[in-house]
Every structure is written in C-alpha cells, then in structure tokens.
Write a protein that binds this ligand. Sequence first.
Ligand code: NAD
Ligand code: DAU
Length: 351
Amino acid sequence: MILVTGGAGFIGSNFVLDWLACSDEPVLNLDKLTYAGNLANLANLQGDARHVFVQGDIGDAALLARLLAEHRPRAVLNFAAESHVDRSIHGAEDFIQTNIVGTFRLLESVRAHWLTLPADERAAFRFLHVSTDEVYGSLAPGAPAFTEDHVYEPNSPYSASKAASDHLVRAWHHTHGLPVLTTNCSNNYGPYHFPEKLIPLMIVNALAGRPLPIYGDGQQVRDWLYVKDHCSAIRRVLQAGVVGQTYNVGGWNEKTNLEIVHTICDLLDAMRPRADGASYRAQITHVPDRPGHDRRYAIDARKIERELGWKPAETFDTGIRQTVRWYLDHPEWVQAVQSGAYRDWVAAQYG
Ligand code: NAD
Ligand code: DAU
C-alpha cells in the first residue's frame, strides 16, 4: 500500500480518488482534519476496504511509527501542509509546525522505518514530497519560467515554510540516503477546492451575490493546472522519477487574476445567468493588495515531459468549464464547508 498524508484536503482527496480509480493498491490516508480537511470529499469511498483513513498529525512520531510498522507502505506521499498564503500572513505558527516541524518528524519516522526494510524493499521505497512553485519567488514580466535549477527565493511565510521543507527532504536524501522525489507545482484548480482560494472563492461569491475581491490591480500572473493533471503527474513521478530529483509541474497556462475572474463571470453568465440579467462582472471590487504579493509565477515543465513523458491533458478552457460546472452541481458541498470557522476567516480577511 501507499501512505498519503493530507489526503482529505483539496489535492490529496483528488489524488486518493484518482489513485483508487486507476489501481487496486490500497491507500493509508493520514490527515489531521484541520479546517481544510474534509472527509466529505472521500464520501464515494465509504465502505471501500482499499481506503484506510486515520485522523492524526504528521508531527506525531509515535503515531507514525505505529502506522508504518503496522501497514508497511512501499511509498509515502506527503501532501499534508498549511497551504493558504493569506492565512500565513495573519499567523505563521501552524505553517512552521506542520510544514517544517511536521515534515521533519515525518522524514525521521520514515527513515527509521526504511532502515528496517529488507534490501529489495529498501531500494524500491520512495518518499514523494509535494511542493509548490512559490519557493522560487516572483518573476519579472518576460523573464524565463522557473526551471528546477532556479534559485530558491520564497517571499511569504507559507512559501518560506515550504522551501524549508524542500530543503529538509533534499538533506535527508543527501545525508541519509532516503529515496526521495520532490514535485514543485503551479496553482491547481478543480473539484473540492476550498473556497478561500481565488477560483472557488470567486465562483461561490458570484453565485451568492457577494463582491468578487481582486487584490490590488489584478495583474498578478499565475500558471494554472487542473488538479487531475497534477495527480497524474505525481503518479508518473512516483512510478518513474529518478531518486533525488525534483520535477516542476505546470499547465502552460499563464493568466492574470483579472483574466481568471472575467472568465469565471462569463461562464456563469452563460450557465447560470443572474436574475437581473446583468453580468457577474458587476460584482468585481478592488481591495487592498496582499502584503508581499508575488507578481508572477510561471513553470517550465519541460523536464517532466522530456524525461517522464508527462504533460497535462486539460487546457485552461476545458478545465475551468468542468470546475464551474462542478461547483454549480455541488451546492451541498459548498454549504457544508462554509462552517462557522470559515465565516470567521472571511470576516477577518475581507472585513
Ligand atoms: P489543503 O489545505 O486543501 O489540504 C491540506 C490537507 O493537509 C488538509 O486535509 C489538512 O487537514 C491536512 N493537514 C494539515 N496539517 C496537517 C498535519 N499536521 N498532519 C496531517 N494532516 C495535515 O492543501 P492543498 O491545496 O490540497 O495542497 C496539498 C499540498 O500541495 C500542499 O503541500 C501544498 O503546499 C501543495 N501545493 C498546492 C498547490 C495548490 O494550488 N493548492 C500547488 C502546488 C503545491
Ligand atoms: O503557486 C502554487 C500555490 O498556489 C500553492 O502553493 C498554494 O498552496 C495555493 O494556495 C496557491 O497560492 P496563491 O497565493 O497563488 O493562491 P490564491 O488562490 O490564494 O491566490 C491566487 C491569486 O489571486 C493571487 O495572486 C492572489 C489573488 N487573490 C486571491 C484571493 C483569495 C485575489 O486577488 N483575491 C482573493 O480574494
């Protein structure tokens, strides 16, 4: 079996669902169920013996030792993290604890387990760390996209904590020989995306008649990848990636935030027109910029294509249409995640 951490979050739950759709290899899913963890994402796996869920913290060494000894996974895939830049600006403690201390504890626990394995299992074992393009910092307009050799220049507490975790993973390979793989991916979007992030927030706010808050001038650029494509990239890296290597994963879809929000409004205008006949664009409002806001990210995903034959299946046009459709078709999911804690966050962030 494989051990997935953070498998009740946005990308982790998509990964678990896709994994079990393509394979019968069981998944041990370790997730703390923070505000971002949602077992409703995995409702389709209820009663499926291939999915074993454990609520717990990647920083809990005793729990990890027990789970690793009991289940003997052939690979560990680390998705668990605090993932929202804005939250890391309001308070970084949880980011330091989970993304840095938690990754360290996980690496140490996995190393102790890995050392007990017979030689053939030890050689085949993999620790795959899921990271972000934000560790590379911000690009000037027209500058070449991030390659795997780009200098690390994280600018937010979130990206600094992810950069630290990447460095720990690298060191556990170079110093201790742990067979690691690291992926650095651009912005994901798709089903089960928590509505604190740009795309789901805009869809949910538009439908509820609320303002669509654009930070600053809205000309910041991100590269967008449909989440199922990220999941297929991770499966491919696990299968064929070279130990110790890092792979950048991206969608070749650089867009400004304003372009993204206009696209969402136009799709909603066609799929669920406003009762008054006006465009959802009328709800766009400009709000103060995010402190330290990175201006541009862009991923050069040629290495994973050249060496592992992976490239995205979706274009932005096909991916965003499916995403908007998914949110229109799942109002009960949206309602359920908008708990009291979520409303407190929205009040603190947007006043
Ligand atoms: P998310 O916030 O939706 O989910 C994170 C999950 O981790 C949640 O289920 C949460 O309960 C769990 N978790 C948090 N702390 C934990 C802990 N201490 N122990 C166990 N579980 C814990 O995040 P996501 O968007 O799904 O991102 C998953 C991973 O991918 C993260 O490592 C993130 O840095 C990385 N990533 C995200 C994106 C993106 O666009 N969302 C892009 C590139 C990389
Ligand atoms: O690049 C990969 C990263 O993408 C991941 O590592 C992070 O986990 C993930 O959260 C995401 O980070 P971003 O900060 O890019 O995503 P977010 O959805 O928060 O914001 C996307 C852009 O939209 C960013 O430029 C800020 C802007 N924005 C965001 C929100 C929530 C707005 O203009 N208004 C908003 O209300």
